[in-house]
Design a protein around this ligand. Structure first.
Ligand code: SF4
Ligand code: SF4
Length: 394
């Protein structure tokens, strides 16, 4: 994306995704039967997998209760997203205690990542085996290459080999990538590769139009599209502000409006908002099958105004500060790590992700700068963020 000013950026954000007439949303939705106290479950075909995924999936990161996993499945949600690294493996183990008896009811996905050198790639097959043991199953439905942010990664032969072998051995039915940065570049590369079958993509109300366009192109090529980072968490102050569930104007919460915006895109097959409580589950499943209304758009506009200067939308595709730092520091990725600590309250995850950044892109390099030269299109005080990152990550 070209460098853009804040006003242009906000305009792009509020208009993106509303011109998707070619692939009708009503044609994409498959309505399930009414079920007891829960809302009717709505499904969409998951790319070319042949699987009907509930349009609301379960982002399990940070979830700690097997009872919540059971409630998720009872509610009709049939897509579960975890990762080898979440909670240092405990997240997969908790899900595994439920999979023991309910594996056939869900499309189970996990992710593995590699560091920069070939040694870590050699460990990846063992990581898949470990994940399967933790999940108490002999196969998952989808394994994703976690945190893919460059075209070159999509085409790496050594990585492709690892995933192809896992699929050939029956450890997974499908293979794909996840991307938190440079989403449009990664999505386009996946289409070109004709190799990967799914993309878990950071996508929300703030995503720039080129990400929406790349999603459409990938879905039309048969790639399964799973949206993540759908909710907009505010980094500061550390107590959530405004309360994402608080909405005094109607029955739709901010959180629901954000999810409805993503699902309004018919090229998205399912979404995986993080759910750590029964209340969040109830809020999220209520969104299935609902239209994005005029009032929802007003809620979103108001919420985005509150998020201005606080939310880094690098995870949803903003490239506004790319290559601005003359010393190669990746401000957007540093903000992502900060958000794991301050928004999610997960210091371990923040630290692990920060350590996986290339050393020459971390905030250590900022020591010699009196003033940060990088300008954020969403008005974030980056100098202050860099200062906090240096304190937190050393
Ligand atoms: S720091 Fe600002 S410009 Fe950079 S990715 Fe985040 S929101 Fe965009
Ligand atoms: S403080 Fe300096 S080194 Fe750090 S991101 Fe800003 S310009 Fe780059």
């Amino acid at each position: 994306m070209e460098r853009t000013n804040r006003r242009t950026f906000m305009k792009q954000s509020t208009t993106a995704g509303f011109g998707l007439a070619a692939f009708s949303l009503s044609a994409r939705r498959i309505y399930g039967a009414e079920s007891g106290s829960f809302n009717r479950v709505v499904y969409r075909m998951l790319g070319s997998t042949g699987y009907k995924a509930s349009e609301m999936g379960f982002g399990a990161m940070n979830m700690r209760e097997p009872a919540l996993v059971r409630a998720v499945i009872d509610s009709g949600i049939n897509y579960i997203d975890t990762a080898h690294s979440y909670m240092n493996g405990a997240n997969e183990e908790i899900i595994g205690t439920v999979m023991k008896t309910r594996r056939n009811e869900v499309f189970l996905t996990t992710k593995i990542k590699f560091d920069k050198d070939g040694v870590e790639i050699a460990k990846m097959p063992g990581m898949i085996e470990t994940s399967l043991k933790r999940l108490q199953t002999d196969h998952v439905d989808l394994v994703l290459l976690h945190i893919t942010d460059k075209r070159e990664q999509v085409f790496r032969d050594d990585l492709m080999k690892v995933f192809e072998n896992a699929r050939d051995k029956g450890q997974t039915r499908f293979i794909g990538v996840s991307t938190h940065e440079n989403q449009a570049e990664v999505l386009d590369a996946v289409v070109e590769s004709k190799f990967w079958q799914a993309v878990l993509v950071g996508y929300n109300y703030y995503s720039p139009p080129e990400v929406t366009v790349a999603i459409q192109k990938a879905r039309e090529a048969g790639i399964a599209i799973i949206g993540m980072k759908n909710l907009i968490t505010i980094e500061r102050p550390r107590k959530p502000f405004p309360d994402i569930r608080e909405n005094k104007t109607g029955t739709t919460t901010n959180q629901q409006a954000l999810l409805k915006w993503v699902l309004n895109n018919p090229y998205v097959d399912t979404v995986v908002p993080g759910m750590t409580s029964f209340e969040q589950l109830a809020d999220d499943i209520a969104v299935m099958g609902k239209k994005l209304t005029y009032d929802d758009r007003r809620i979103l506009k108001r919420y985005s105004e509150k998020a201005e200067g606080r939310y880094c939308c690098g995870v949803s595709g903003c490239t506004g500060c790319r290559e601005q730092c003359p010393y190669g520091v990746n401000v957007s990725q540093i903000n992502r790590c900060l958000n794991y600590a301050e928004g999610y309250g997960d210091i371990g995850l923040a630290y692990e992700n920060y350590r996986s950044l290339p050393p020459d892109s971390r905030a250590d390099k900022c020591e010699d700068c009196d003033e940060c030269l990088v300008e954020c299109v969403n008005g974030i005080n980056l100098q202050e963020n860099i200062r906090r990152a240096r304190v937190m990550f050393g």
